[in-house]
Design a protein around this ligand. Structure first.
Ligand code: GLY
Ligand code: MN
Ligand code: MN
Length: 407
């Protein structure tokens, strides 16, 4: 197990697991890491983020955490299962550790066993509690079953009287409220993103390719300890009106607005920022008018984002501004999303609560006029309202033009 990316203290993961154990009210629950694709060198496998949230382990394909709150032996109420060692596979993927006191201390799990023991331990828990709680998100009807439900269905067919409960809100509710450590990591991610935008602001000019901006920003993120949180969107002119534009092969021309939706992650936590910049260094009158509408919508939505509000209230605040300006049909996506261990992070049902970190990202997309504008910030919800975490990235027309003036 590698621990280079574990930056949240081991004790915080243990505390999260204790909270899950308690919330299960006697039902058994299972959180699975998922399975590595067969050839790791062809692309990095990503552990299930629920498993990662509870363990910090990013390289344990096949692993699982079993919550068994009613186990008589208190030491067995939370168990980490890791797959057996295989000397031949270790020749390819590197050595794995034995289960010993060093591994227990390193992972913070007093109880670790091999995955070969998991089926019998799950059945034992099911016979005793008769309640199995689904923690992974349910799939849509046409997708594969969620991994815990798939196992629970098999268990309940073999042990009469076992009921399966929906506890899929539990982990999203926990994950949505960020701890001080998590907020620190998001702030670090944003610092790397700020550096990336400083770089973009200093280099955008007619004649360079969209990809050059993406590459320079990536280098800046890495210089500041970050990694790309997602694939870059850098779209000039009409490309800025294509929401998922990923080609980045166009040459930027003098009259273009350039939509840049690109941000860093740090220690596994993401930021997500969009700025729309004039290639020439200053906005034309037409560009400025459109930009000011989106900016006003961004500010109205930030103002509406507070504990107790629904995401639909926040959306409407932006939509009202955009519709009043006559562009109601051209704001074609949601106002934002939760942000954390995933760019589109786990989202509990219900109103917004204090401690959430979310994006606010209204936009107007006029493909026929070769112009797209989006302004995306990351905000922290507090009792007194939303605090914008991405304030260091120029956002007003004046701030953008001033930042670009020195190029
Ligand atoms: N960068 C992806 C998004 O804005 O949701
Ligand atoms: Mn984005
Ligand atoms: Mn976003």
């Amino acid at each position: 197990m590698e621990s280079a990316e574990i930056m949240v203290p081991i004790a915080e993961y243990a505390d999260r697991r204790r909270r899950v154990l308690q919330a299960l009210e006697g039902a058994a629950g299972l959180v699975l890491a998922g399975h590595e694709t067969p050839v790791p060198s062809l692309g990095r496998w990503k552990t299930d983020r629920m498993f990662w949230y509870l363990t910090g382990l990013d390289h344990e394909s096949g692993a699982a955490v079993l919550f068994d709150p009613s186990a008589e032996d208190e030491a067995k109420r939370i168990t980490l299962f890791v797959r057996p060692r295989d000397p031949e596979i270790e020749r390819w993927d590197g050595p794995r550790e034995p289960i010993d006191s060093a591994l227990k201390a390193k992972t913070g799990f007093p109880a670790i066993a091999r995955t070969t023991a998991m089926p019998s331990r799950l059945s034992e828990a099911a016979r005793r509690t008769k309640q199995l709680a689904c923690l992974h998100q349910f799939a849509n009807h046409n997708g594969p079953l969620s991994p815990d439900l798939e196992l629970f269905r098999k268990v309940s067919e073999r042990i009469p009287g076992v009921s399966i409960q929906d506890r899929t809100q539990l982990l999203p509710s926990m994950r949505a409220v960020k701890s001080a450590t998590e907020l620190g990591l998001i702030r670090e991610a944003i610092s790397a993103t700020v550096a990336g935008y400083d770089r973009a602001l200093s280099m955008i000019r007619p004649g360079i390719r969209e990809e050059e901006i993406a590459q320079a920003m990536t280098a800046s993120f890495r210089e500041h300890g970050g990694e790309p949180a997602f694939d870059p969107i850098v779209g000039a002119g009409a490309n800025g009106a294509v929401l998922h534009y990923i080609e980045r092969n166009a040459v930027i021309t003098a009259g273009d607005l350039v939509v840049i939706d690109y941000a860093a992650s740090y220690g596994g936590y993401c930021s997500d920022v969009t700025r729309t910049l004039p290639a020439a260094g200053s906005f034309t009158r037409e560009q400025r008018l459109l930009y000011e509408v989106v900016l006003e919508a961004n500010l109205a939505a930030i103002d509406a984002a507070r504990p107790g509000a629904l995401i639909s209230d926040v959306h409407r605040a932006a939509e009202d501004v955009i519709a009043r300006a006559g562009y109601g049909d051209f704001f074609i996506h949601g106002i934002g999303h939760q942000l954390g261990a995933e760019v589109h992070d786990a989202t509990p049902d219900g109103p917004l609560v204090s401690g959430m970190v979310m994006t606010i990202e209204p936009g107007i997309y006029l493909y026929d006029r070769c112009i797209g504008v989006r302004v995306e910030d990351d905000v922290l919800l507090t009792e007194s309202g939303a605090v914008t975490l991405t304030v260091k990235i120029p956002k007003t027309v004046d701030a953008i033009e001033a930042a670009m003036a020195g190029r």
